[in-house]
Write a protein that binds this ligand. Structure first.
Ligand code: AHR
Length: 540
């Protein structure tokens, strides 16, 4: 019995599952085992592989917000910063290294005031607009559809487009799809060719609005469900391009919204046949790790209580996915409709002295922990979660990369994505984890979090996270079904919780080779340093 095999019991949180295992072991083990001995053990079932971890779980979000696009990615062809057709080479190279799988664009809230026709044609004649959501700055539309598709091609990522239903029209959105993906004899194909792109692109992921409860149009669930049908119906598949249309959700805990949308559009994903099809293949979920929106706190100047509160909050992701997915199960038991967690991550106060609308924040070891905990949670939900997009890719919120004119640095979160890229398209392995608690001020969370997978080449990767900032922990791992050979290990940690990379000291927090493991019989003992993220590579 695999008590913690998370596929089966999605109603329980990761924490509950870990406590359940402890209780189960304590109550039913026929030998007199001290409860103390059962903790900090990981049993990985390499003989029972589960679902594939879609590489699209390793997606990013890039909005026209602050310095994400402008300055962070796009500098223009005439910039002194080395670039390829206007895209920063340093940033593109760094993104390629972590295998960014998908990029969601142009927003966010910006998407629902973006009119795509303003961003095509000669740049000098593109109209400007006011970016009302993000500081009222003038958007000159120099980064538009062709530039975004070029970025995706340079990075090797899937394009993910968010259409405007808040201030746009059905005609406008349906023509954008035609412009991008049709090769037929029609005005949109002609226009695209006139703008220099002969062949259509492939675009799979298409959002029908963003946060339609708020900046995407202040809609009720019922209103949105109707709009979803109206818009979706006119978003057509051209030739062999198949759209994966994604519906907007309500606020993170608005389960009634999920119920309303699912009830109306159940079984209408593109695989079901019939004329009333293809309305919805995915369902969006946004969840930012924020405890108090009126006091978000500094990204780098924080206490251990703040560290604990952030890590504790971020674990709620598991419950959110579990509960939304349970509602979806009622209407879609075969799980044909996926959940996309297309905005997630830490949201702190902006860096002192920066524009408060630009959401520029630093990124510390605490952010690395949040990234790793969430990726571990997503791996537990591979039967439902088809894509995620951390917010945001460069210079905004929990970024991979920060830039300052020609300078660039990689954040601790970037290094987590680098450590975790081995899991892309690998098969997740079920496991049982019994973790001690990390306790602070009378509250507790599990100290250890884990994930494991096997890739097509037969390499096993086990990632272990120790969130306790003051204590190293030894985890005894058993791998069932194979006798693997340990090949190598890597670790991400630093002296202090608050450590982060700066333009003066860009490599303060980074990954190092890890040797803190020992094979003893069929057991692998891993000595996890305090506040660390470790990946061990093994060969079957
Ligand atoms: O990522 C910043 C903003 O957060 C997005 O524009 C919006 O969708 C969300 O509220």
């Amino acid at each position: 019995m695999n008590l913690l095999s998370t596929k089966k019991s999605k109603k329980n949180s990761a924490m509950t599952k870990q406590y359940a295992l402890l209780l189960f072991t304590f109550m039913f083990t026929p030998f007199a085992i001290n409860a103390q001995q059962t903790v900090n053990t990981l049993v990985v079932h390499a003989d029972a592989p589960k679902d594939t971890i879609s590489k699209n779980i390793y997606g990013q979000f890039a909005e026209h917000l602050g310095r994400c696009i402008y300055g962070g990615i796009w500098v223009g062809e005439n910039s002194s910063i080395p670039n390829t057709r206007g895209m920063r080479n340093d940033v593109v190279d760094a993104l390629k290294k972590i295998k960014v799988a998908a990029i969601r664009w142009p927003g966010g809230c910006f998407a629902d005031e973006y009119h795509w026709r303003d961003g095509i044609g000669p740049r000098t004649s593109r109209p400007t607009m006011v970016n009302t959501n993000w500081g009222g700055v003038t958007e000159d539309n120099s980064f538009g559809t062709h530039e975004f598709m070029d970025l995706c091609e340079q990075v090797g990522a899937e394009p993910v487009i968010c259409g405007n239903i808040g201030s746009g029209t059905v005609k406008e959105m349906s023509e954008w799809v035609q412009y991008l993906t049709s090769d037929g004899d029609n005005p949109m194909t002609e226009l695209r060719k006139k703008n220099g792109r002969e062949k259509p692109w492939n675009v799979k992921f298409w959002f029908v609005g963003n946060e339609t409860w708020g900046c995407g149009g202040i809609m009720s669930a019922e209103h949105y469900a109707n709009e979803l049908g109206r818009y979706s119906y006119f978003l057509k598949n051209y030739a062999d391009n198949k759209l994966y249309k994604i519906a907007s959700s309500g606020l993170p805990e608005d389960y009634a919204w999920t119920e309303t949308v699912m009830k109306k559009w159940r079984h209408t994903d593109s695989t079901t046949g019939g004329w009333l099809t293809g309305f919805m293949s995915g369902y969006s979920l946004h969840f930012y790790t924020v405890n108090d929106w009126s006091k978000k706190g500094s990204a780098t100047n924080f206490t251990e209580n703040d560290w604990f509160a952030t890590l504790s909050k971020t674990l709620e992701m598991d419950e959110l996915i579990t509960r939304h997915s349970a509602i979806m199960d009622k209407y879609d038991p075969q799980k044909r409709i996926g959940v996309t967690v297309d905005e997630w991550g830490n949201w702190f106060d902006v860096e002192p002295g920066t524009n408060s609308s630009f959401l520029y924040q630093q990124n510390s070891l605490r952010d690395a922990m949040v990234a790793a905990l969430n990726l571990n949670i997503f791996h537990m939900h591979t039967d439902r979660v088809t894509m995620t997009n951390i917010a945001q890719m460069v210079n905004v919120l929990q970024s991979m990369i920060l830039t300052d004119k020609e300078k660039m640095l990689l954040t601790p979160t970037y290094h987590v994505f680098d450590l975790y890229k081995v899991h892309q398209d690998a098969v997740v392995l079920p496991f049982e984890l019994a973790s001690e608690d990390y306790e602070l001020s009378g509250k507790k969370i599990p100290a250890i979090s884990a994930t494991a997978s096997v890739d097509a080449a037969g390499l096993l990767h086990i990632n272990l996270v120790n969130v306790n900032p003051k204590k190293s922990i030894t985890v005894r791992c058993t791998i069932k079904g194979v006798t693997p050979k340990v090949l190598s290990g890597k670790v991400l940690t630093s002296d202090k919780m608050q450590d982060h990379n700066t333009f003066e000291q860009p490599e303060k927090v980074g990954t190092k080779q890890f040797t803190g493991f020992k094979a003893a019989g069929d057991e692998l003992r891993v000595d996890l340093p305090s506040k660390s993220i470790v990946v061990i590579e093994l060969k079957k």
